[in-house]
Ligand binder design. Sequence first.
Ligand code: FRU
Length: 497
Amino acid sequence: MAQLQFCLAAGLFLTASLAKLPTQAQTKEPHRPEIHFTPQKGWMNDPNGMVYHNGEYHLFFQHNPDTTIWGPMHWGHAISSDLVNWKEQPIALFPDALGTIYSGSAVIDKYNTAGFGANAMVAIYTNHAIEKEGFNTFETQGIAYSTDNGKTWTKYKNNPVLPNPGIRDFRDPKVCWHEAGKKWIMTLATSDHITFYSSPDLKSWTEESKFGKNTGAHGGVWECPDLISFTIDNKEIWVLIVNLNPGGPNGGSATQYFVGAFDGSVFTPFDTKIRWLDYGPDEYAGITWSNTGNRKLFIGWMSNWQYATRVPTQNWRSATTIARELTVVKKDDAYLVASLPIKELDDAATKPFTVSKIKAGRYSLTDKAGKLNGAARLELSLNTTASFNITLSNNLNEQLVIGYDHSKNEYYIDRTQSGKIAFVEGFAGRYTAPRFAKDTHIPVTLVIDRASVELFADGGLTTMTTIFFPNEDYSHINIATTKRNIQKVSLYGLKAR
Ligand code: FRU
């Protein structure tokens, strides 16, 4: 059992026992996270084809297995029973005569509509024909199926199932079963808007409608969409997720969403306000798992196209975010999407260290060895009457600051002094996000994992993800705020199995 000390500025020391904080073999590599998925080697970008089947969560991903830079895309594969502990599998989909394998989704074909077998796992993806890049028709949609829980895959012989009508950026199909219409719906990113298609069998697709040419953020190309439904007060509410690159709220790639109605053919937003699922610079291409019933489980790629190919890791590049559960919350007249870490993350937590008597001032949290030692989760409850900041730092005086600015009513993350920042221009920055909640206290969850922090404030109404690369892992957390502002502090080590 490691000891964790909570040291008050006034000189008081509180000590609590914590189960030994994690040290995985993989943590020997600089910046390799403890509880976030990373490929053993090679390049990774978007999460793809996430589907739940026979007790396993499947995570496929854009993968270039041979180098740590983006290149010919494959679908890598990992499985997990709890969305926290991932086991990498052999590559699922390799480039073929129709092109490399870009992003897409997977479904369980319960009714055997495609004829590949009842409950076949069917992947729907984009083929990107590199040699035809000069032409607008180089992206088409294809399907492949697996009848052995995603272990082996057969490409459908009559691919492409959706040829290109002449649109340059024509990709990232997300397919769901529309129960009321008894048909499949494909949500496809088509340049600067979404096109919805329907199909009885996953093989023949008919255009239903278009959405978004003049709605939402348009600072870049639309990519990786998703369409999910929630039932609220007996009403069906639909959320359309649209990833965008560039044009995010803090620069580069980011995830926006729209809330509205979908009648099986047309998506109608309730309003045209621009909203972001994550305001940090480092969540992109996020979409949800299929076949999870009413639970909507989301995961994103934890990087930004502005610098993803340059980040200072060796052997592998990029991690996913923590898996998150999405809910829709009514705030005043609008429906907002909130995201929180999945409850399964609780099982990865070591015994929490909770501070019961909190005084004003500046706090410091470290374990006996002065280390956070990998991954940790910090839960705080604060009043809204003052600003606060939480600083993660190391002995080299490198630091990352996460805070709330009371005068502006906004959250921020500042990585300008976070360690390695010069590997690409513009990596050092301070990022802000609005506060939507109006309650008089702020619940804050931070998920910290060696080279990343995910902030979930106000029950996930404001979320920010940021990566960083300290020259030595951060070992201290300091919470600074004014008198009597903190109501509760708990720190958990997070441990992968
Ligand atoms: C988004 C994206 C997708 C595409 C994939 C290629 O990050 O550009 O639109 O399918 O990456 O790797």
